[in-house]
Design a protein around this ligand. Structure first.
Ligand code: HEM
Length: 542
């Protein structure tokens, strides 16, 4: 009985304690698993952080360098990229998450840049990734084309850009825009977002060059123009594709969701405008009226034939014009915005520019058309703009520090080795970081981060730099087609404004770059335009 009872007790005790024991065992197992996880976490963290020494930043399992990139996107991505490139001697390999297309080699070494843009140009096209991402907006236009399609447009546009007719069209339309529209707007508004005004100016200007049509963005009250709005929305929505895995935006596109829905709508707006202009121009050309003598790009390309002797399709004509608008729309205006911000911070540079302008104006020798006669409202002549070397130096210096295209993109067609020894695999993406190039002591010396127009002058004359050291306008066969015009346009606008106004930024407006295809100021450039008195202007003539 006792035995039995003790047996019973044992059994009872066992059955009573069993959950306790198994709970303890379970608890112990949980602790072990937790310990295992902590150990694994510590190991992965240490391993990933140790990679920083070799790769420039931590490399996490599955996520690669994405966490660092996300943190950088929230602050100033270009400064972040520059710091890494400086610490990696000019080149590093970015490892994206395993599910993405973000893997690439990033460089700011001029030897590599020359290799990509000139020496081995044929194996570094824009590539299928770039073309596919931009195709809905840019189609087969020059910016988005490689090989034959690119070559044909480049050749025709190049001849056109250097023709006397085209030069006359560009300088005349710029002159009208600046004097009839920009100055009246500045006259009536003291506190302005200068970046917005400049963006409107160059948008109207490039539309006149491409389509031969003025959309009227720069008008009193600064209206919202449907075509300009559609164009801006379309470029912004396209830029989003670059930071998304390809399959995500493609799925969103097929389901017509989010940014892809916006993109579709805004492209409709762009196409509507382009189709209307093309239709009207066709009519005008068939009637052979005065307007048929136009020299805008649309008219020029309409008069040409393709390799089969056929006229270009409406779609192709649309692509050509849209690409030129993208190329020339905001590159000059953002460069001018950074330039005005820099001279506001460096008043001695502004003074020098003013002195040079007045010296040039003083040389006018045509029937007394002196400063007194022009009543401080000079209209600069092309030959005078050409003489403004110091202004060109200051603009180049602004473009060096804040290049309108801060990073650019290529894809390599076959295995290759960069001059710095970096090995590339066929199909790998390559990014060259122009913003970082300006901040490399090895390239520009110890004062690389300072705004010093003097570094561009030799004996007082402007001296250009190698396109692979100063790559703001690209280099090699794909050198910016609008470079000469852009300098003329920027010098003309800057000289006209500076002669009449001082730009003042009192009040602590924050200026920082926005992450986009072009180097916009994130919060615009809010300034006060202070009109110079005749007395003040006189002072510069002495
Ligand atoms: C400060 C002003 C400008 C800057 C910094 C600039 C910069 C650039 C850069 C970096 C490229 C190479 C882009 C690439 O291939 O990914 C480029 C190409 C191009 N630019 Fe400009 N640009 C400026 C103004 C203009 C203007 C005003 C026009 C036309 C009116 C223009 C027309 C073009 C064209 C057509 C290309 C394509 C060339 C090709 O692929 O063969 N640019 N520009």
């Amino acid at each position: 009985m006792n035995y039995n009872s003790s047996a019973y007790n044992l059994t009872a005790a066992a059955s009573h304690h069993e959950p306790l024991v198994s709970r303890r065992l379970l608890f112990l197992r949980d602790v072990q698993i937790l310990e295992l996880f902590i150990a694994l976490f510590v190991f992965v963290t240490i391993h990933s952080l140790r990679q920083k020494k070799h790769q420039g930043m931590p490399v996490w399992p599955f996520l690669g360098m994405l966490p660092s990139l996300i943190l950088a996107v929230r602050s100033n991505i270009y400064e972040w990229l520059s710091d890494i490139l400086i610490s990696r001697n000019g080149t590093f390999r970015f490892r994206g998450p395993w599910f993405s297309t973000l893997n690439c080699v990033v460089t700011c070494d001029p030897r590599n840049v020359e290799h990509i843009l000139k020496t081995r140009f044929s194996i570094y096209p824009k590539g299928s990734y770039f073309r596919e991402t931009m195709r809905d907006l840019l189609g087969d236009g020059i910016f988005n084309a490689d090989e034959e399609t690119w070559q044909r447009q480049r050749k025709t546009a190049s001849v056109e850009f250097h023709s006397a007719n085209f030069r006359q069209l560009t300088s005349q339309s710029l002159h009208e825009l600046v004097h009839n529209r920009l100055l009246p707007v500045l006259e009536t508004s003291e506190k302005i977002d200068l970046q917005d005004i400049l963006l409107r100016l160059t948008f109207d200007n490039v539309c006149m060059i491409a389509f031969g049509v003025d959309p009227g963005c720069l008008s009193p009250n600064l209206p919202e123009i449907p075509f300009a709005k559609a164009f801006e929305d379309a470029t912004e929505a396209t830029a989003v594709r670059f930071v998304m895995p390809g399959f995500v935006w493609k799925l969103m596109r097929s389901l017509n969701l989010g940014t892809e829905k916006n993109l579709k709508e805004s492209i409709k707006g762009v196409d509507y405008f382009a189709d209307e202009v093309i239709k009207t121009r066709k009519k005008e050309l068939s009637l052979e009226t005065e307007t048929a003598k136009r020299s805008d790009l649309l008219t020029i390309f309409m008069g040409l034939r393709d390799d089969n002797g056929e006229k270009f399709s409406v779609k192709f004509l649309r692509d050509i014009c849209v690409n030129f608008i993208l190329a020339g729309r905001d590159t000059s205006s953002v460069a001018l915005s950074w330039f005005f911000w820099l001279i506001e911070k460096n008043p001695e540079v502004e003074e020098n520019i003013m002195v040079v302008i007045c010296k040039i104006l003083e040389q006018r020798d045509d029937n007394g058309d002196t400063k007194k006669n022009i009543e401080y409202e000079p209209v600069f002549r092309p030959e005078e703009i050409k003489k403004m070397d110091y202004l060109q130096a200051a603009l180049s210096e602004a473009l060096r520090l804040y290049p309108s295209v801060p990073v650019d993109h290529k894809e390599v067609l076959e295995d290759d080795v960069f001059p710095d020894g970096t090995k590339l695999k066929k199909g790998e993406k390559v990014i060259y970081a122009l913003y970082a190039m300006a901040r490399m002591e090895l390239i520009w010396g110890k004062d690389c981060c300072e705004f010093k127009p003097e570094r561009w002058l030799g004996d007082g004359r402007y001296t250009s730099e190698s396109a692979y050291k100063f790559t703001a306008f690209n280099g090699g066969p794909r050198l910016c087609l609008g470079k000469d015009f852009a300098y003329y346009q920027m010098k003309y606008v800057a000289a006209t404004i500076i002669y009449r106004y001082r730009v003042s930024m009192k009040g602590g407006h924050k200026v920082e770059p926005k992450m986009a295809l072009t180097m916009y100021m994130k919060h615009g450039l809010k300034v006060t335009m202070v009109k110079r008195s005749a007395f003040e202007i006189d002072h510069y003539y002495r």
